[in-house]
Write a new protein. Sequence first.
Length: 407
Amino acid sequence: MTLTVERLSLRGEGITADGVTVPLALPGEEVTGEIVEGRITAPRIVTPVPDRVRAPCPHFARCGGCALQHASDDFVAAWKVQVVARALAGQGLEAPMRPILTSPPASRRRAVLAGRRTKKGALVGFHARASDVIVPIPDCRLLHPDLMAALPACEEVTVLGGSRKGELGLTLTRSVDGVDLTVTQAKPADGPMLADLAVLAARHDLARLTWNGDTLATRRPPRQTMGRAHVMPPPGAFLQATEAGQAALTDAVRGALGDVPRVADLFAGCGTFALPLAETAQVHAVEGSAAMLAALDAGWRQAQGLKRVTTEARDLFRRPLMPDELKTFDAVVIDPPRAGAEAQVAQIAASPVPVVAMVSCNPVSFARDARVLTQAGFRLDWVQVVDQFRWSGHVELAARLSRGHIA
Ligand SMILES: C[S@@+](CC[C@H](N)C(=O)[O-])C[C@H]1O[C@@H](n2cnc3c(N)ncnc32)[C@H](O)[C@@H]1O
């Protein structure tokens, strides 16, 4: 039986009219294949569409690290912008959409890989699509070359700390000073293993090695550049996925706010936006993780010539900044996790804040939160989609909302 793919899911997989999931297929394509539990795992594409291209990566057929290498760049760009426009339309909103900014191949600077011991050594890579099988990625087109160069270190770590039953988590982050490797679900490191790991970190020139939450070696502080400041995030901490993505989002946020003197940066992380904004504004950075704020504060103290940055550790889901607190700021930056910022946005709506720069990795919660603000008199001035999750279904965006006399 031939089925026609109608649309893509938010994971970038094809969906037919009757809801069958068809990975590796594009809208308009006719496909055949065995349907198991609503999914054709190995579809045969009967009639390809012109947007289909040859995947650049040899691992793409199996590897779950990417979902959309079979689609042209133009198709993916248009689809990601459309995902955001549709989410907004679902809330009765529309906005001028700026041209998408896509990160180049081989620029992902942070990745979470899986590792498992084998009879012969170790298997390290991404999971296969919709599976827990690990696919090795020696020719990956997504990761930055510095992360690729750390794959042998990950294999050795897996031989030392992994098992044939369980799976290691390997978070690789590229820093100014080398790769920062955070290992989780590993065997406890004691005695000779600690010595072996120290030797491994030196031999592979890792900047830092963290093991089940304990930092075993900091050979060089793994710094990230945020504006003119250098920050050393805690192991495994959130960081925008590519340098180009961080730059595009920072430009968008800066452009959204203009030259305002006092800014609140909510869900501030380690200071991705707070520190560049401190070139021209006093910034109050609020975030749930005290460790991330400590890193931000240390980075600010070491940088020369920035305006004042204050920090506050606070759960913004339970204790959002209230209108009385918000009224002291000329603008707010808000960059919540996937769930969005329902409680905080309700307080911004009730406050006199005139400009909000929203950054989001979830178009659905973004549209819901944007609606609350528009109902309180904000205009959605523009949306900038930033594709730092190249070849995946993920969408990142920045947007400007404003009200009152400020254009
Ligand atoms: C998408 S990240 C953005 C971080 C930062 N703006 C950046 O660009 O690097 C979301 C941040 O929200 C923080 N977070 C998650 N839940 C929170 C909560 N309930 N209250 C405050 N911060 C929270 C996370 O620790 C994380 O740093």
